[in-house]
Ligand binder design. Structure first.
Ligand code: SF4
Length: 211
């Protein structure tokens, strides 16, 4: 597979990982297998435009950003994902992130890339879609993210972190209040009360009103 369906290629500020705040070149692949209640990504329902992997790699190399993120939609849902990710890692001397909703096997993410795995909570409307086998596939370099809508989501995510020992197995566990739904101060109070070893994160791209 030498082509992928691309929704858009653009430069912005990385907003949801420990790389948050850095300039980032985004490769947003089209289409998603989920339909989250809070989805703000038109790419989720787009057909996108076919693009050769060589052309995408050339755009990544031309960017001055030190970070490249392959995102969606759901990037692992495309047959050309693995070839694309390997080609970007091989051709670009940059940090490569792959943001995924964790419903597909994450094994195709190459060694040279870092997975940002978004575990869907009940508040997303998509709980139960996560491929549980991915918990064992997480590598020490990977990050796990939970977007939280309410207290129930928080307790659900905290239990998931404990059950899978995520705080010691992954590079970071990120708890993000869903934009406009959960007050970050409220989440901070809960985290402090429970002493959970996770990183509170605001959705920086939403604060900045960026893509
Ligand atoms: S996984 Fe992401 S892109 Fe897909 S529907 Fe959910 S929020 Fe939207």
């Amino acid at each position: 597979m030498s082509e992928v369906r691309v929704a858009e290629l653009f430069e912005s500020i990385q907003g949801e990982s420990t790389y948050s705040g850095l300039p980032c070149f985004f490769v947003r692949l089209a289409g998603c297998n989920l339909n989250c209640i809070y989805c703000d990504t038109p790419a989720a329902t787009m057909e996108g435009e076919p693009m050769t992997i060589d052309a995408v790699v050339a755009a990544c190399r031309a960017s001055r950003a030190p970070l490249i993120e392959i995102t969606g939609g759901e990037p692992l849902h495309q047959a050309g994902f693995e070839a694309l990710a390997e080609a970007i890692c091989a051709a670009c001397d940059k940090t490569v992130l792959v943001e995924t909703n964790g419903t597909c096997d994450i094994s195709p993410i190459p060694d040279g890339a870092i997975a940002i795995v978004d575990v869907k909570t009940p508040g997303s409307g998509m709980a139960g879609t996560f491929d549980e086998a991915n918990m064992a596939r997480l590598r020490p370099c990977d990050e796990v993210k939970f977007v939280l809508c309410d207290r129930h989501d928080y307790e659900w995510a905290a239990e998931c972190v404990r059950l899978h020992d995520l705080a010691s197995r992954c590079a970071a566990v990120l708890f993000s209040p869903a934009w406009g739904q959960l007050d970050p101060s409220q989440l901070a109070d809960w985290l402090q009360a429970d002493g959970l070893l996770v990183r509170l994160q605001v959705q920086l791209h939403r604060v900045l009103n960026f893509k």
